[in-house]
Design a protein around this ligand. Structure first.
Ligand SMILES: Cc1ncc(COP(=O)(O)O)c(C=O)c1O
Length: 208
């Protein structure tokens, strides 16, 4: 079983107590893989206790360097799990699965605390600013534990997406998920966030 925590595209998390309760009730033959691609953006007190997998061979934590560390192009990540389960994976994994440069990049990223802190601070500030600006534009942004959030834009999201795209600004319409008025927006750098809001003012003015 795979669970996204935090979830993409909603930006929600599974509360710690609920997750523990769920794990306690998992049948023994089920392996639970927790996709924690966005866990760095979650407050430490809300993160699951990774020690769970030390006693439980049925729980795997999956992490990636693609998000908080910005290394998506290196294709590097890792899983934390019980040694017994890791031994099974070692039997079937590809022999050369992560290249040397990716490993060097990942190790360097783990020690670059300054860059990590700047990313976290920038994201937090961007999330607050975008939420405020979109609310002022009569959109309804949802709270998020990640570097993206959903918002009700009160217009056709697919149309909004196309018009923003024409201005070189890419968001994601949630129409394919069954939510025709919702979009998913990723927090960018300050200049990118300002550019998004300027484009939104323009496009919403036309659509409403
Ligand atoms: C929930 C989730 N897991 C994993 C990934 C991808 O991670 P990776 O770049 O390590 O394949 C994404 C991103 O696109 C994602 O949204």
């Amino acid at each position: 079983m795979f669970l996204d925590n935090p979830n993409n595209p909603t930006g929600t998390i599974i509360p710690r107590a609920e997750l523990n309760d769920f794990i306690d009730r998992l049948p023994e033959h089920v392996v639970l893989a927790l996709d924690e691609a966005y866990i760095d953006f979650v407050a430490a007190s809300d993160r699951p206790d990774m020690n769970i997998c030390a006693d439980n061979p049925g729980v795997v934590f999956l992490r990636t360097f693609s998000k908080a560390y910005g290394l998506a192009g290196l294709r590097v990540g890792y899983g934390l799990m019980h040694a017994e389960l890791a031994a099974f994976l070692h039997r079937v994994r590809q022999p050369f699965n992560i290249n040397s440069l990716a490993q060097i990049g990942a190790r360097a990223a783990l020690t670059d605390h300054e860059h990590y802190r700047r990313t976290m601070d920038g994201n937090r500030e961007g999330l607050v600013w975008l939420t405020k600006e979109l609310t002022a534009l009569d959109c309804l942004p949802y709270g998020s534990h990640t570097n993206f959030f959903m918002a009700d834009v009160r217009v056709d999201a697919a149309g909004l997406y196309q018009m923003l795209l024409a201005q070189g600004v890419i968001i994601r319409s949630m129409a394919a998920y069954g939510y025709p008025d919702l979009v998913r927006i990723t927090v960018g750098r300050g200049d990118e966030n300002r550019r998004l809001i300027a484009a939104m003012i323009d496009v919403l003015g036309e659509l409403r």
